[in-house]
Design a binder for this molecule. Sequence first.
Ligand code: NAD
Length: 503
Amino acid sequence: MTQHSVKTYEHWIGGKFTPGQGDRFGDVFNPALGTPQSRVNLATASDVDAAVAAAQSAFETWGSTSVSARVRIMFTFRELLVQHEGELAELISQENGKMIGDARGEVMRGREVVEFACGIPQLLKGEFSDQISAGVDSHTFRQPLGVVAGITPFNFPIMVPLWMHPVAIACGNTFILKPSERVPGASDMVARLYAEAGLPDGVFNVVHGDKVAVDAILEHPDIAAVSFVGSTPIAKYVHEGATKAGKRVQALGGAKNHAVVMPDADLDYAADHLVAAGYGSAGQRCMAISAVIAVGPVADELIVKVKERTLALRIGAGNDPGADMGPLVTAAARDRVLDYVAQGEAAGADLVVDGREHTVEGHESGFFVGPTLFDNTTTDMSVYTDEIFGPVLTVLRVPTLETAISLINANPYGNGTAVFTSSGEVARTFQRNVHVGMIGINVPVPVPMAFHSFGGWKDSLFGDHHMHGPEGVRFYTQAKVVTTRWPHVSGESLAQLNFPTAH
Ligand code: NAD
C-alpha cells in the first residue's frame, strides 16, 4: 500500500469528518494478518478544543430539547444499529481480531443500553412531596451536566462506548468520545448512524488519539465529567487527573477474575464454561476468567476435562466460520502473553497446554497465541498476580470455600467472579462474602444487563458510580431540590429569623 492509498480515519466534530490539526498518525492493524490496514489521525489539544466548542454550542439547544424528542432519536438510532449489525461486527472483527459472532454479541449487548436509554423519560421522572409544611411543597428533578467525555479501550470497540453515550445523550448532555486508537472504525460508523437518526450536529463527537488527546480532555475546563474504561494504571491516572480538574469521574480498570469450582459442581458444565470464559475473545475481556480455584479433591478431574476442551479449540481469523478463537490485538500484546507463559513455566507452574507455537495457515504473521493452561499456580507467580489479558487459564488448588474466598479477597482487583456449585448455601456464602462487584452463580461471565449497572470494586473501579443502568443516569445528571410556597394559600407571611421548621 502506498501512503496515499491508505484509509485515514479523521475526527467527527460538529457533525462532519474533520482532518486533525496535527501530523501524528497511528497504524490500525488487521491482527489476523499482522499488517496495517488503515491509519488514524492522533488528535492534538486543538482538535479536542474544537470538539468541546462544537459540543458546548450543541448543548445550548440539546440540553433544552424535550425528553420525548431526544428519545425519538434514540429509537431510530437503535433501529439503525439493528440494520447495520453485520457490517459493524465485520469491521470490529477486522480491527480487533475477535470472531465475527463474538463481535455481533458485543453489538447486541451495547444496543441494549440504547434500549435502556429509550426509557429515559421514566428514569428522569423526579419526586414530589406534597405539603411538607403548611402551604409548602417540595420537588426534586435532575438536569444534564453539559459536555461530557468518554475514553474507551480496544477490546470492545462498540459495546464499551455504548455503555456511556446513549445514557449521557438521552439525559441531555453532549458527548465527546475518545475511542482506542487501535480500533477507530466502529466509532466512526456510530457517528454516521447517529447523524442518520437525526441527532443534531455537535451532540456526539469523536476525537481519535492517544495520551495527548486524553490529557487535553482531563485538563479541559469545559468538560464536566469523564467516563473511562481501560487498564488500572490509566484508570487511576484518569481518575486523579480529572478529579483534580474538578470533574465528575468514573474510571473502570483492569481485572483478575476468579472462578471457584466446588466439589459438588457439575464438572462437565464447569469445564465447558471455564474454557468459553477463559479463551473467548482470546482472553481479552475484562470479565474473562483467568484464575480457576479448584476446591478440595476436584482439581485432578477438572484439569482433565478443561485440557480436553482446550485442545479441541480451533484458532483462526475472525472471519473463519470454523474457528473459535482469534488473534491478540497487536504484536506487542502477543509478545507480552508469550513472555508471561515463559515466566509461569520458569516459576514452576505446570504447563498443561502450551499455546506458544501456534501458527494459522495463511496467517503466519498474525498475532496468534494458542490457548494455554497452567496447573498448580501459586499466588506469588506473575501469571497469577498480573492481568495477562490473553488466552491463559491458571488453576490454583485450595482446600476449602473459605480459603478460596480469602484468596479472592486478597487480590487487588474486584471486577467479576463466579462459583460453580449445586449448593444454595455455598452460593449464598460466596455472594455475601466475596469483595467483588459482579458475581456469577454457575455463570462465569456475569456482565449485568443494561438496566442494571456495570462496575467492579477495588482496583477495578475508581469513582463511586458504576456504568449504565440507574447509576449511569445518576452519573450523567445532577439533582435540584425545589421548595415552593404560594403565600395566598395560607394567607400568612410566616417569616421568622429562627431556622425554618415545618408547621
Ligand atoms: P489502556 O488502558 O491501554 O487504554 C484505554 C484508553 O486509555 C485508550 O483510549 C488509550 O488511548 C488511553 N491510554 C492508553 N495509555 C494512556 C496513557 N499513558 N495516558 C493517557 N491515556 C492512555 O487499555 P486497553 O489496552 O485499550 O484495554 C485493555 C484494558 O482495559 C484491560 O486492562 C481490561 O481489563 C480493561 N477493561 C476494563 C473493563 C471494565 O469494565 N473494567 C472493560 C474493558 C476493558
